[in-house]
Every structure is written in structure tokens, then in C-alpha cells.
Design a protein around this ligand. Structure first.
Ligand SMILES: [Zn+2]
Length: 609
């Protein structure tokens, strides 16, 4: 296996990436054409980050418990029955049942989630469940690919299985998973389309799924390139290349916005295939596509960081984003969208070291996925964030709908999104209470982060080192953080520059303390240029949403009143602003439960002041 990882590295060397270094100009524009340094930052292992008590740790723990409790016979039933095998037990219920919308499509995602939680916790029952699922699934795979016959999502489901089996091998320590991956690929390959197909255009010959053919073959390369790196099997390199959506990527790389009208989540997911293709094959066009695509998405994002009302991209500058607030309650497909957004921003942050990808990830974290209602054991799940003027958090009406596969994966991925490393030091990306361990100069080093950020400005970090070590500690200073302050062992450092990583190279000693203050910078953001009076209030990375009485329209408010909203004196997660109609209460998305709320408010014209 280690041989095959080297195989991927040889690929990088062969394509000359190591010579292609370049840094963004300090303070320079968010440049889509900037070429990143040759060697991307490394992710930490899942087990190297232990989240301490807080909302991220709670969401990860809830989702670990959920996937550990899933009924195995129910998960396996679509695979057993479609292979004409005996299938004890019952259907899970919902979208992924044997003959339902997308049979078994979340199985691979839940294998991934279980493997990731095992890597985080070392919990033996979690690993045992991974092993049972891999073995029982393997027993259903036949060379004819019966599972894929009359299945409208062959690419989607195969892709999730590849991801699940890779994670079972890499993280769940199941040494049978790679053989099962090889059999899975042989079974699926005849059912895959000839190339990356646009949504709605792929139907199997003789099978009329044209009305439902929402398969997502353009998301395949990411896992295929990873499978190639892990196994060295050439079929994965070939499939990775075959499904590169170069027609789409080429448009983005040229600066043509090919996004409007396209399905949002799956095309953001496809950009991770572009980023992984850049790392595996070295074509700068793929990096440019991922960066330009990200920029085009940012230009049509809500203040929360979410995008894609009714699951589709709009045309930036058209006013369509603001118009969607009137009646489109499917504002952002939250767990799936956040999962794709985290993956893409991890790739781009690692490749370019541009801290603003971390800013974007942080917005999506606090304002969308961290506020998702937990999935219930019966499969009721949170699907869309709602940004209309009369919103409430709700479950999707169906059990086990889309997004029930991605929420357990993204909550596990908080661990690997927190910090990154290179040979020279550590990059801290998310300021969350955690114990981090990493290897620096062959020494096992530790960093503890204690904070109530973003509800408090102060972030306290303490190093634990076996002996003094020279390295660079890099701290993400969000672009909004004017007035940020930094101290080492109580001594004030020069003011850090927002929109960059603050680099602190020095000989560090065990017990050294780093204190970062990120003030909760207040600002208003319009939903789009055509709706300049429709604004969201931000405090640091948080969108403060207005609580409203159900059935009543929120009254317009002065800009200055919103900007001077006062935090609850007792330290609660609630703010108050004064309006002509009385006090207005505001809360971040993660602290809203059953209350009616609105993310955007109408501000009064300035001349009324
Ligand atoms: Zn979804």
C-alpha cells in the first residue's frame, strides 16, 4: 500500500509541480490566476485533533452515535435484494430503500462516516461495525453488477461506495476493503456513462430514466484519483481522467461563468474533482477552474456563506439571489452544500495558503451546518436553510432524505479542517476548543486551544513540546478582523494583518502561550446589488438573525440600530437592537430552535434618519 501512495507522489514530481511555486502578493487581490506553492499543506490525521466540549464536538458526537446505531440489515437490504439474495430485516425507509429514489446511495457515505469516527475516537465497536458492513456488502457484489441494473444513480452510488471503501481501508483499518473496492469497480464499470455527462442527459440504453437521470458522473474523479494513489490500480487513473468534466472546468478556467442554472451542490462537489485532478495530474487549468468557480460562487452567496436557492446557481448581478428571499424557502441545501464547501475550501487553502478560503469555510460552519437540527433515529433530517422573511427550521417531510448521508461526514471532518501543517510549521484555521497534536522536526508537539470564539474575542493557545523547537505558527486572521491583536506570553506582538495568516517563526518552548483577539467586527451585507436595502447583520463570522413573531412581517429598521445591537449582558447568545417598533432580538443560526426568524432585514433609507 505505501508503494501506491508513492505512486501518487511520483506523479507530482513528474509533472514538475515542485518547481511551480508562487505566492499571492501580500495584500493582493483574491486572484484566481495565482498559482499556489508546489507542495500543498498536509491535513492532520483524524486522530490528531480532539475537539473539546462545544457545538462542533456535540454535533460530531451526535452523528457518531447516529451512524453507530444504524440498522445493518436495513442498510444492506438494497444490495442483497438487488443481487437476488435473502435479506432479513426491514427497509430503512425513505429515499434509499431497495426500489426507492436512489437505492443504497448513502451506504458508502455512512461507511465513510463510521471509518472517520473510528479514526477520531479509536472506538472498537465503531471499527467492528465498519468491518461487518464491508464484509456483508462484499457478499452482495456480483460481476454482472446486478445492483446497478435499473438504477438511475449508478455513478452517484458507485462514487459513494468508492469513498466509503477507501475510508474503511485508510481509516477503519479494514484490510479487506481494497479487494472489495476492486470488485465494486468491476461490477459498476459497465453501467457508467462514456464520459462526464451533464445532469439530465444520461439514460441507460433500453432504460428510460431520462426524466430522472440526475446522476452525477462529473463528481467521480476526486475519489478515483485518491483510489489510484492508495491502490496503484490503473483503472482508477483511467476512470478519473475519463470523468473529468473539462467542458465545464475549461469554461470556469477561462473566466466564463458556466454556473447559472446548474445544480448547485453537485457542481461544487465537482470542483473538488478539479482540485484533486490538479494535485494528481498537475494541469493548472484544473486549479484555475476550482479557484474561478469558487470566486463565481462567492459572488452569488448569501451572507451566511450558503448558495444555490432551490438547489440551483443564479446569475451574479441579476438580482435573482435577493428575489429568492421573497418565496424560496429552499435557500441552501445545508449539510450537502456545507460538506462540498468544506472539501473545496480545504483543497484551495492547502494548495494556495490563502487564508480567505478559511474565512469562507468558517462562515458556512457557524451560519449553516452547525445550526442543522440533529438527524432523528427515525430518519427525519434537516435539509434546507430558509432565508425567507418568515423562516423556521424544519425537517424534510421524507425520512432519510438527501443530506442524511453528508451531515455525519462533515461533522467528522471538523477535525481535519481545524489545522494543517507543512515542513516549517502549523497553520491554525478554525479557532475551536481542541487539543491538537502534530509532528514537527520529528518531535511530537501539542497545541491546546481554549476559547468561546466567536462568542468571545479571546483565543488562548498553549504549546506542549518535548524540547524547544523552531517552527512557524501560522494563525488565520479573518479579512473582517480589523483591530485584531496578538500576544505571546503576555507580550504584545505587532498588529496582525487581516486577510492573511499571521506567521510567527521562533524557537517555541513548552508552555508558551499565544493570545489572539478577534473583535466581533460589525457590518451589514446586502443580499445583492439589486437589493441594497436588504441586509444581513454580521458580528465577526456570525450572521445575527432576527427573531420574529410568527405571522408578522419584520418591520424595517435603521442601519445604525442594527450596527449598534447589544449582546445579552449575561453572556447569552442573544443580541438586541432598538427599532421604532420596539426592541428587536437577534441570534446566530446555531442558537435558533423553534423560533420564527429572518436572516435578512429591510433597512430604512438613509434620508429618513
Ligand atoms: Zn443533500
Amino acid at each position: 500500500m505505501s508503494d501506491s501512495i508513492d505512486h501518487g507522489r511520483r506523479g507530482l514530481l513528474a509533472f514538475g509541480l515542485l518547481a511551480a511555486a508562487g505566492w499571492r502578493e501580500p495584500g493582493g487581490a483574491w486572484s484566481a490566476s495565482a498559482v499556489g506553492p508546489a507542495v500543498p499543506l498536509s491535513e492532520l490525521d483524524y486522530g490528531q485533533v480532539h475537539l473539546s466540549a462545544g457545538p462542533l464536538e456535540r454535533q460530531a458526537r451526535e452523528n457518531h452515535r447516529l451512524v453507530l446505531g444504524l440498522d445493518e440489515d436495513a442498510l444492506l437490504r438494497p444490495f442483497r435484494l438487488r443481487a437476488a439474495q435473502r435479506a432479513p430485516g426491514h427497509e430503512l425507509g425513505g429515499w434509499y430503500d431497495t426500489y426507492a429514489f436512489a437505492p443504497g446511495a448513502t451506504f458508502g457515505q455512512w461507511m465513510s462516516a463510521l471509518s472517520r469516527y473510528y479514526a477520531i475516537t479509536g472506538d472498537a465497536p465503531t471499527r467492528a461495525k465498519v468491518q461487518r458492513l464491508v464484509a456483508a456488502y462484499a457478499a452482495t457484489v456480483d460481476s454482472r453488477g446486478s445492483f446497478y441494473h435499473r438504477n438511475r444513480f449508478p455513478s452517484y452510488t458507485y462514487d459513494k461506495l468508492v469513498g466509503g471503501l477507501l475510508d474503511a481501508e485508510r481509516l477503519g483499518r479494514d484490510n479487506t476493503a481494497h479487494a472489495t473496492l476492486a470488485r465494486t469497480t468491476r461490477a459498476a464499470v459497465a453501467y457508467l456513462p462514456p464520459r462526464a455527462m451533464p445532469r439530465n442527459e444520461h439514460a441507460q440504453s433500453g432504460e428510460d430514466f431520462s426524466r430522472h437521470a440526475w446522476d452525477e458522473s462529473y463528481t467521480l474523479p476526486e475519489n478515483q484519483f485518491q483510489a489510484w494513489a492508495l491502490t496503484g490500480e490503473r483503472i482508477h487513473l483511467e476512470l478519473g481522467r475519463r470523468f473529468l468534466y473539462d467542458e465545464f472546468f475549461g469554461s470556469l478556467a477561462r473566466g466564463d461563468n458556466a454556473l447559472p442554472g446548474k445544480h448547485a451542490y453537485s457542481h461544487v462537489n465537482a470542483l473538488s474533482s478539479a482540485a484533486q485532478a490538479y494535485l494528481s495530474l498537475g494541469n493548472p487549468m484544473h486549479l484555475a477552474a476550482a479557484q474561478q468557480g469558487f470566486e463565481m460562487i462567492s459572488a452569488q452567496s448569501f451572507a451566511t456563506g450558503g448558495w444555490g436557492p432551490d438547489e440551483h446557481f443564479v446569475t451574479p448581478g441579476s438580482g435573482a439571489l435577493g428575489a429568492s428571499l421573497a418565496d424560496q424557502s429552499k435557500s441552501f441545501e445545508t449539510p450537502c452544500g456545507a460538506y462540498a464547501h468544506f472539501k473545496l475550501t480545504r483543497y484551495l487553502l492547502r494548495i494556495t495558503r490563502d487564508s480567505r478560503y478559511g474565512d469562507s469555510m468558517e462562515r458556512v460552519l457557524y451560519n449553516t451546518v452547525l445550526g442543522a437540527i440533529p438527524i432523528q433515529p427515525d430518519g427525519h433530517a434537516f435539509y434546507y436553510s430558509d432565508y425567507t422573511r418568515q423562516a423556521k427550521k424544519t425537517f424534510h417531510p421524507d425520512r432519510w432524505p438527501c443530506c442524511s448521508g453528508t451531515l455525519p461526514m462533515i461533522a467528522a471532518d471538523y477535525a481535519i479542517s481545524t489545522c494543517f501543517t507543512d515542513s516549517r510549521g502549523l497553520y491554525v484555521n478554525l479557532y475551536v476548543p481542541a487539543q491538537i497534536s502534530w509532528t514537527q522536526n520529528n518531535a511530537r508537539c501539542g497545541l491546546s486551544i481554549e476559547t468561546d470564539y466567536p462568542f468571545a474575542a479571546g483565543i488562548n493557545m498553549t504549546l506542549r513540546l518535548p524540547t524547544p523547537q523552531f517552527f512557524t505558527l501560522n494563525l488565520r486572521i479573518p479579512a473582517w478582523a480589523q483591530g485584531a491583536a496578538l500576544s505571546i506570553n503576555g507580550k504584545r506582538e505587532p498588529q496582525p494583518q487581516p486577510g492573511q495568516f499571521a506567521a510567527l517563526p521562533r524557537e517555541w518552548h513548552s508552555g508558551d502561550r499565544v493570545e489572539l483577539e478577534l473583535p466581533d467586527a460589525r457590518r451589514l451585507e446586502s443580499v445583492d446589488a439589486a437589493h441594497s436595502d436588504t441586509v444581513a447583520l454580521l458580528a465577526g463570522p456570525l450572521v445575527l438573525m432576527r427573531l420574529i413573531d410568527a405571522g408578522s412581517a419584520p418591520s424595517p429598521i435603521q442601519r445604525a440600530s442594527l450596527l449598534s445591537a447589544q449582546r445579552d449582558r449575561n453572556g447569552g447568545h442573544e443580541w438586541q437592537a432598538k427599532s421604532d417598533a420596539g426592541a428587536v432580538k437577534l441570534r446566530p443560526f446555531l442558537d435558533i430552535e423553534g423560533e420564527a426568524y429572518c436572516a435578512y432585514q429591510t433597512v430604512l433609507p438613509a434620508e429618513v434618519l
